[in-house]
Design a protein around this ligand. Sequence first.
Ligand code: RP5
Length: 166
Amino acid sequence: MLKVAILMGSDSDAEVMKQAWEVLAEFGVEADVRVLSAHRTPDETVAFAKSAKENDIGVIIAAAGGAAHLAGVIAAVTSVPVIGVPIMSKSTSGLDSLLSMVQMPKGIPVATVAIDGAKNAGLLALRILAVSDEEIYKKYEQFRLDQSNEVKQKDQKLRQKLGLES
Ligand code: RP5
C-alpha cells in the first residue's frame, strides 16, 4: 500500500499536523513524518521529495507557516501530488502562509487546504489514494456515512431540546 508523507517546516507545526497522521492511522494508512524546511534544510527537503516515488509515497502533505515555500518547492521537484497546509502565524493570522502556498505559478499545482487544515489534508490524501485502492475507498464511504449520521443525531437532539417537531 502507498504511504503518505507528512512534512512540516518546524517541530512547532507538529501540534496542528498530528490531526493528519491521526486520521491516516484511523484508515490504516502509514505516514512518514518529517521536519524538513525549504529554507533551513533545503538540500534534505529536495532529496526527500526527489526520492518520494521510489519510496512508495503516493501523496505528500507539506505544512509551513509564514513565508511558507515548503509545499511549492516540493511540488517543483516531484510529480507526486502535494497538499499544502498553511500554518497559523502570529503576525498575520496565517494569511502570509495561505497566500505563499495558494498562489502557485501555472504548471506547479499545490492543493492548498484551510489555515491549520491538517485533518482535511489527511482526508484529501486518503481520497487520492482511494482512487486506486478499494479498501481505502470503502472505509472512506463508511466515514462519510458515519459523519452524516452524527449530524442527523445532533439535528434531532437540538430540535428535541427546543421542543420542535422532528
Ligand atoms: C516555518 O516557520 C515553520 O513551518 C513554522 O510554521 C514557522 C515558525 O517556525 P519556528 O520558528 O517555530 O521553528 O518555517
